[in-house]
Design a protein around this ligand. Structure first.
Ligand code: ATP
Ligand code: ATP
Ligand code: MG
Ligand code: MG
Ligand code: MG
Ligand code: MG
Length: 269
């Protein structure tokens, strides 16, 4: 191939463009399932929240984080996952397309690879695809606002979907009737419908559905042993609050490794 390399064809390389991402910025890669409205329908997802699918998404995200150590945090909801890379990362010389496509393809192949462990007899009917984008956030505030934006989206969608599917499954409404019933309603109206008509207190809904899944690295003490281990733990917390960022202060501090010791954490199932 050295003959080929020196050949007259080699000039085509110059058509490639430099895509080194700006230094000092947080790198966020967001992945989202292609046409999962249909995918979830074809694979008989439970509505509004299929636990198998959410756990599988989390498993795929953990696989990506295990492989790419410069990901400090990931946030997932529905058919999407956001991965945050340390702002000082030199992964692939910060080449945007390399980073984005590796994360996306490893996520997608893991989603397929682990499918059977979560869906058992429900066969994977066709190969799913995910889109992805890479976004740079220059300040810590921008990064926090980005994650708050995604978590607010989780809340709004989940409250809507929970009310929508309750009206259908327990209230006997058709899809169109439920949609009409909810059009123009505020959050408080939806809480009220759930509570007064169906005896459901939205606050008691599973926290993963309400808050999405946050994955971060923590050093865990292994019970009965004098050892500790760095693991990826799922958290279902409000990341809009300062409290979250104070408790996990290593996330925004470039030099400090995740060293907080917590007693026990349930790993992703
Ligand atoms: P696009 O290709 O533009 O992303 P989409 O159909 O994937 O189109 P999204 O806005 O990404 O649209 O929404 C994803 C849809 O997938 C949700 O509206 C929901 O119907 C379905 N979905 C994803 N995850 C789950 C889940 N865990 N349980 C039930 N439904 C889910
Ligand atoms: P990178 O991650 O930088 O791409 P790489 O190890 O994948 O590293 P490549 O230049 O892409 O390096 O080369 C792919 C290598 O994979 C080949 O050198 C060869 O060793 C192996 N390979 C790929 N396809 C085949 C194949 N069909 N049969 C045998 N070996 C293969
Ligand atoms: Mg979309
Ligand atoms: Mg989608
Ligand atoms: Mg989506
Ligand atoms: Mg290769």
């Amino acid at each position: 191939t050295s003959i080929m390399a020196k050949s007259k064809f080699e000039y085509v390389r110059k058509f490639e463009f430099e895509d080194r991402l700006l230094p000092n910025c947080w790198i966020v890669v967001r992945i989202d399932g292609r046409n999962f409205h249909k995918f979830s329908d074809k694979h008989k997802f439970e509505k509004p929240n299929d636990l198998r699918a959410l756990n599988l998404m989390n498993r795929a995200a953990v696989t990506v984080m295990e492989e790419f150590k410069d990901i400090s945090l990931a946030y997932g909801e529905s058919d999407e996952y956001s991965f945050v890379l340390r702002k000082d990362t030199e992964l692939y010389n910060r080449r945007g397309t390399k980073i984005m496509t590796y994360l996306n393809s490893l996520f997608t192949s893991s989603f397929v690879f682990f499918w059977k462990e979560y869906f058992n007899e429900q066969k994977l009917l066709y190969p799913p695809a995910f889109d992805s984008r890479v976004v740079l956030y220059p300040t810590d505030e921008n990064l926090r606002d980005y994650l708050s934006w995604r978590q607010a989206d989780t809340h709004i969608n989940n409250l809507y979907n929970t009310t929508f599917w309750t009206l259908i499954n327990k209230g006997g409404l058709s899809n169109t009737e439920a949609q009409e019933r909810l059009s123009g309603t505020l959050s408080s109206d939806k809480n009220e419908i759930l509570f007064s008509e169906f005896g459901i207190n939205y606050n008691n809904e599973p926290v993963m559905f309400k808050k999405g899944t946050i994955l971060i690295r923590k050093r865990i003490k292994i019970p009965d042993q004098n050892k500790s281990r760095l693991v990826i733990v799922p958290l279902y917390e409000d990341l809009m609050q300062d409290k979250f960022w104070n408790e996990h202060s290593e996330l925004l501090e470039i030099k400090s490794p995740p060293c907080l010791i917590i007693i026990i954490a349930k790993l992703v199932v």
